[in-house]
Design a protein around this ligand. Sequence first.
Ligand SMILES: Nc1nc2c(ncn2[C@@H]2O[C@H](COP(=O)(O)OP(=O)(O)O)[C@@H](O)[C@H]2O)c(=O)[nH]1
Ligand SMILES: [Mg+2]
Length: 203
Amino acid sequence: MRTTFITSAADVGQFPQVDGAEFAFLGRSNVGKSTLLNALVNAKVARTSRTPGRTQLVNFFDVHTGRGDFTLADLPGYGYARAPKDVQRQWAPLIEAYLRNRQPLVAALLLLDVRRDLSDDDRSLFEWLSRDVAPRGVRIELVGTKADKLSKSRQKPAMVSLARALGVTADAVHLTSATHRAGLDGLLAHLQGLAHSAPASEC
Ligand SMILES: Nc1nc2c(ncn2[C@@H]2O[C@H](COP(=O)(O)OP(=O)(O)O)[C@@H](O)[C@H]2O)c(=O)[nH]1
Ligand SMILES: [Mg+2]
């Protein structure tokens, strides 16, 4: 597997043209989007734990595998309390435009920290995705992150309560730990399966 950085986009006009399927990493700041992306492709391509700056960027990566190619998009996080107000206001239009219109997008991965309760932002994003984005054929994949921070016996109950808060069953949530490399092979195989079954599209 080989992963290369394509570009950073600050607005819709800068989204790259790609062939094949694209998957987007969504979730609040610090939930582990960039870390999970890096762990999945086994490379340090996405920058992690940087304080969100003034510019919110979508970072695109090309992944080449023996089973075909796909694109990953690392989206800016939300809910960073100390972000300047203009940055907080910028988040919604860019991400909304991306999720509503991006043609190669096959699935939006909504990342949720298994140790934390759902935030209002998590819930309203999930509801909006279900209502306005899923109908155009984009799947919503729920991914629990940082499983290693909970003992084994507390992982399942945490998943169940997250799932219940969203009105889905716990088996709809992919449980992962980037640090312990848990749940990554299954998630990658799942994405590759979706990439294969997606109709070929150009941006
Ligand atoms: N223990 C643990 N820490 C993680 C995991 N994934 C991410 N982190 C940490 O969470 C922080 C935020 O991660 P990052 O990927 O930058 O989050 P992002 O803002 O959603 O892109 C960093 O300090 C990471 O090292 C994980 O699976 N386990
Ligand atoms: Mg990040």
